[in-house]
Ligand binder design. Structure first.
Ligand code: F6R
Length: 255
């Protein structure tokens, strides 16, 4: 596992955006795996700027998001479909037909999962997958102790801690959905290259668990230790509790 520590969250976001822009230049028809939440907002802002500057062309790219809330229409401002439009899709030259998220408002969520997984198996795996990390170590919405999902994308019940953490995005009196559709950890690990971005002191403890702890489903992000090309990109605060030798990473990977 590679670890890269950068001085600030903005530096870390720009570094990750640059990795995506480089991926698009190297392979214009890349399949990009995307995440939502607070952490990647700055990455998408930087990618949209790179696009305006002519340094990131999405015309032939295809995107797959990790997850979507069950029961939220895509027009709901907190749906991940709306998030992606606001933060990236409407700001770059990505045709809607080439952007994919699980269908959170499908009448039959299991069918929607099967369809999404079939699409991913057809077009994927992702050449480059962006991940955040939940305070409890989740990746996508694979919560600690998750059961294997042989079918790939599946419906999950969100941990109460995840619902509390995400309540900050919802209006007062609005409930965070109880269920979500998520790509499985197994599918996520199929990506050719993975970059997990974590910023801020609140993530420091779980980053230690994921990078220095044993590999286990009690911390889904620890499974990334099994991946041949996974990089944690951290700001100083998120890296603040790591052992110095972990934070240093291999010499060539230092920020
Ligand atoms: C979002 C996702 C989640 C988030 C995680 C961290 O698509 O898959 O795993 O990456 O909950 O969220 P933030 O960035 O809001 O701390």
């Amino acid at each position: 596992m590679k670890v890269m520590v950068l001085p600030s969250a903005a530096d870390a976001e720009h570094h990750v955006a640059a990795l995506f822009a480089k991926q698009l230049r190297r392979k214009p028809d890349s399949v990009l795996g995307l995440a939502t939440g607070g952490t990647p907002v700055g990455v998408y802002r930087a990618l949209a700027a790179a696009h305006r500057a002519g340094a990131a062309d999405f015309a032939r790219a295809r995107t797959f998001n990790l997850d979507e809330y069950a029961g939220l229409p895509e027009t709901h401002p907190q749906s991940y479909a709306a998030y992606m439009k606001a933060h990236l899709f409407d700001l770059v030259n990505l045709s809607p037909a080439r952007t994919h998220l699980p269908d959170g408002e499908a009448a039959n969520a299991e069918d929607a999962c099967r369809f999404y997984d079939a699409l991913y198996r057809y077009y994927g795996p992702a050449d480059l997958q962006l991940l955040g990390i939940g305070l409890n170590g989740h990746i996508g919405f694979n919560e600690p102790g998750f059961a294997p999902a042989p079918g790939g994308t599946h419906v999950v019940r969100l941990d109460e801690s995840t619902r509390r953490a995400n309540a900050r995005f919802f209006g007062e009196g609005e409930q965070v959905p109880e269920y979500a559709l998520t790509m499985s950890a197994g599918r996520i690990l199929q990506a050719r290259s993975i970059v997990l971005l974590a910023t801020g002191a609140a993530k420091a403890t779980i980053v230690v668990r994921a990078l220095e702890g044993p590999i286990g489903t009690d911390c889904p992000a620890s499974l990334l230790q099994l991946h041949p090309d996974a990089t944690f990109v951290l700001d100083i605060e998120a890296a603040g509790k790591l052992e110095p030798e972990t934070a240093a990473g291999p010499p060539l990977e230092r920020g």
